[in-house]
Design a protein around this ligand. Structure first.
Ligand SMILES: [Zn+2]
Length: 47
């Protein structure tokens, strides 16, 4: 599963519900985050 940070277009691992794999809080400015099936581009989430 993946979630996109809309302002930066970076795709993180994780989900809007659970937060990102790299520890970003998707509940903070919730409107900036959207679940997606795009490929993960966040380096910290790919490790
Ligand atoms: Zn990430």
């Amino acid at each position: 599963m993946a979630v996109i940070h809309i302002p930066t277009q970076v795709v993180h691992g994780g989900s809007k519900r659970a937060g990102t794999k790299c520890g970003r809080d998707t509940k903070y400015k919730s409107e900036h985050w959207k679940d997606t099936n795009r490929k993960i581009t966040c380096k910290n989430c790919l490790r």
